[in-house]
Design a protein around this ligand. Sequence first.
Ligand code: ADP
Length: 813
Amino acid sequence: MRQYWSAKAAHPDAILLFRMGDFYEIFFDDAKEAAPLLGITLTSRPAKDGRTPMCGVPHHAWQSYVGRLLKAGRKVAICDQTEPPMSGKLVAREVTRVLTPGTVLDEVYLDPAKSNWLVAAWSSGDESGLAACDVSTAEMQLCQLPTTGLAAELDRLQAAELLSPPDVERYRFDPARGQHRLRTLLGVHFLASIGAEGAPLAVGAAGVLLEYLEHNRVPLDPRSLRISTRSIDASMQLDAVTVRNLEVGALFELCCRCVTPVGARSLRRWLWAPLRDPEAIELRLSAVAELTDAERLELEAALRRLGDLERLASRAASGLATPRELGQLCRALAALPAAKVHAGAGSALLLRQLAADLTEQPELVALLGRALVEDPPAQVNAAGAVRPGYDAQLDAIASASASAREWLAGLEAGERERTGIRSLKVGYNRVFGYYLEVSHSQAPGVPEHYIRKQTLTGGERYITPELKEREAVVLNADQDRAAREQEILAELGRSIAAVSGELLGTAAAIGQLDALVSLAATAADCDWVRPLISSGRELVISGGRHPLVERSVGAGNFVANDTHLEPERGDMVVLTGPNMAGKSTYLRQVALIVLLAQCGSFVPARSARIGLVDRIFTRVGAHDDLAGGMSTFMVEMTETANILNHATPASLLVLDEVGRGTSTYDGVSIAQAVVEYLHDNPRLHCRTLFATHYHELTTLAERLPRVRNERVEVAEEGNQVSFLHKVVPGGADRSYGIHVAALAGLPPHLIARARQILAELESHRPLEPAAQQLGLDLQPGEAELRRELAAIELDQLSPLEALRKLYELRGLT
Ligand code: ADP
């Protein structure tokens, strides 16, 4: 237990796996926490003061169990037996590995299609600093940003592990400490060399990150590490709500036809961070355009052979690769020339740039090819990885071992002949090793150089110096061979580390090429077109489709729709139509087309002209955030407030059913007030799509010049409606809620009663848009006055309140 506590004290925040014989045991609170996560039984063992909770896993299966703990976000320390057990003596134990979700390198714990970010982040007033490191690909990004943007950035990274105050003390984020660490650990002498001179808070965060890696003994080779500083303005920030509303994850699944894990990771980054620089977007679009033809297939075939060059190279450079992985690396590198040729063949600038970034490694390929057998073993210290003929010393060990075995095999016959002793036998046991055995009766005839070792009832056992020598050769040969192989593999690792910078740069280019090929494949497959990107404020789409809904209803069944937002024509659309008509689909489709275009992808439309968008804000559908402890309505209002506070004239706003989460009058009022606010506030002159089933809002277009009405058409026959999913000019004149309820299969009686209630309600308040129907010319404010009047609940009003209301209403005219 003393051993246990000293290990635990060094890693108090980790679940300690303590090796005892064939098991890793987990004790005390660790056991209580781990047992349910591991799906194993919590037991206990007797202790001085009652019983100690414990659970255990078989030692040979620790990896999969540890994987579950890491998935649950826990840290794990492995305390191993560091010497062979001997009876009567306490075996020495030591923490040999600390595994954390953000620092694991083992392939089994990593998702090939995802970067595994360890993130340190903190805020100081209005500014925040962030550093993210993917140890598996030796990549580090720094970023300093306004504190308001930090949450979105953290959402985007989806950190495997986050280091931030108060779990990490604030003084550790001191930029001076960070700068010192960058210098001593990574040799970064000038912050400018990594673009971080104006980002002290990010440097402070980098310091915390490096300190953590050092503490957990995570190998990080400065030669491999690629550090860069990200400007937050370079890409569009997508907050978590928008990512979820637009189902960016599902979009990724649809678009990802990458043939390498590096490519999948690149594409994921692209989709989560659409670009804002028109030149960068055009570079990608031109590359995708070129790859939509046959050239793509050849490049794709070449890329397919490259595997996960990034993680392979990084593991090999840190000496963690298995012999099999070194073999894979060799084959991947051998495929580089073909990829380079096919990427460089076209005329698109980006393709040629990326082709130039692929550094071929003929020497390394030759070296690995010479050194490794065809199919090297998968275990780190398994023998048989090195090809015969590669290393003289290894060959000498092998041939000495072979000849010693041969000598031993011939020994019995030779000695019988030489000594004339017919009963002489060669044997082997674990205590003496090889021996010569002769029966008692013939013992007097043994040669003088035989050394007697043991007397048995049936005979005598002897050894000779030569026998022991040969035995040593045989017995040590396996060990020597393994040791020499490890030396050779380590040497290969060093050769790889020497060019790891080039390898990882190459891998990054492979990732981008693969992402481009993937986008081109999707475009060709789903019939997408190249969008026109401009710096203006227009958003003009003809024949736009929702890529995910289109896939689910089948390509022929999706009704394409146009979008026309332009400052001159009105850039706010109030979209009405019954539930289920297709409003949300339409809204999301517009947002997704913008998102895809700014990622440099083709888009699901007949044509699209897109003025650059700085951010897409969405508020789609009412949903509960029960985990966050907020009611639907509160969530809705919080999200709306976030949008109103952060949108700029270059933003795209997609608002669906704002105000749905409360009673009708409240809802209509809030919805209308939001539209008015967006319309009137110059800071918010942004392209806006506002969907609502409150058909009352259609009157706004009459007095707000930027607002235009559109509706999703339905066909009506008697009391039946069918959805046409077609967006047309003009507003809906009623909600069709009861029609939809009927479609959904509510009982006919209930529906009939609902129609009756509706008729009664409508007889009590002016039907809207009443003014239009009656042909009246409304004065400004009159519509509002009518609405206010209609909203008064007369039966509830006290005389005093009625008087106050009257004054208020007079103020409106
Ligand atoms: P709303 O937001 O108006 O309630 P949705 O956008 O959720 O309606 O659409 C309801 C369903 O109608 C979708 O799940 C989809 O199956 C179908 N749909 C929507 N738009 C289209 C379209 N343009 N073409 C074909 N089907 C559509």
